[in-house]
Design a protein around this ligand. Structure first.
Ligand SMILES: C[S@@+](CC[C@H](N)C(=O)[O-])C[C@H]1O[C@@H](n2cnc3c(N)ncnc32)[C@H](O)[C@@H]1O
Length: 256
């Protein structure tokens, strides 16, 4: 999947807020090494480095476009272009942090315990993932995919939500954790502009579908989804669009 940093950062304010909320829940402790998984263009990695200036912060990121943007925006970070599915670090980290990235990876039942094994004893795992997959913004992508001439090219992408309920992660992490805090927040995002929910998903979930299509078919898919999603999220009297968005957070301390 090709990430477009410009499209993703169109809503950088709303996208930064949960990253900061997660960071604020990580307690103060001595941190010498941080891995920021799916670091994107580095705007959150910079905050990690600001909070722990003496730590080596490594941005692990699969997309060449994002790494290029990150190297420019955050040269103080070590950048590693690496698919997280095959990430096998030789060291442990005091903090493994990941904002809005791990929902792209499958097999969370194996992934989360494996990540916790890469946290140093007494260190922290801090993760935020969107959990909005049953909201119209995301359901309508699947509906559009199954209802058009493009179906055979995109139907394999219509899969169950990639993020499970909070108790699932508690079950995975609690045997390895000293302390564990898991919660959800639903942000009422107030967006401006024309069909902003389509613009939002175009920076993330919709991209996978658009990547499968070309030319007029790609444009037709985007328009068909755009029409559905605009109806599901109409503008209010002030011309704003209210877009509720649920996110799952966890901060867990590895047993010493
Ligand atoms: C929604 S962005 C979040 C970026 C950053 N964490 C932030 O909060 O701004 C998700 C990032 O995860 C990266 N990503 C997704 N799947 C990945 C994988 N398998 N390996 C490495 N990076 C991945 C994407 O390239 C993208 O930059």
């Amino acid at each position: 999947m090709v990430w477009d940093p410009q499209q993703y950062l169109k809503f950088s304010g709303h996208r930064l807020r949960p990253a900061v909320d997660l960071l604020m829940r990580v307690p103060d402790f001595a941190v010498r090494s941080v891995a920021d998984l799916g670091a994107g263009a580095g705007n959150v990695s910079k905050l990690l480095k600001e909070r722990w200036p003496d730590a080596v912060v490594t941005g692990v990121e699969g997309s060449a476009e994002m790494v290029a943007a990150g190297r420019k925006a955050a040269p103080e970070i070590e950048w590693l272009q690496q698919d997280l599915a095959s990430w096998q670090p030789t060291q442990t980290y005091d903090l493994i942090y990941s904002n809005a990235a791990l929902h792209w990876l499958p097999d969370h039942d194996r992934l989360f315990p494996a990540l916790m094994q890469r946290v140093a004893p007494g260190g922290m795992l801090a993760v935020q993932m969107p959990r909005n997959f049953l909201a119209p913004s995301h359901v309508l992508i699947g509906e559009t995919a199954l209802d058009g001439p493009w179906r055979s090219k995109v139907e394999h992408l219509v899969t169950p939500p990639p993020v499970a309920e909070p108790g699932f992660y508690h079950g995975l992490l609690s045997p390895l954790s000293e302390n564990i805090d898991i919660w959800e927040t639903e942000y009422l995002q107030v967006l401006e502009g024309d069909n902003p929910v389509k613009e939002w998903t175009k920076g993330t979930w919709l991209t996978r579908y658009l990547d499968m299509l070309q030319g007029p078919e790609k444009a037709a898919f985007e328009a068909a989804y755009g029409e559905r999603v605009a109806k599901a999220y109409p503008k209010n009297a002030s011309g704003q669009t209210l877009f509720p968005f649920r996110r799952l957070f966890m901060v867990a301390q590895r047993k010493g």
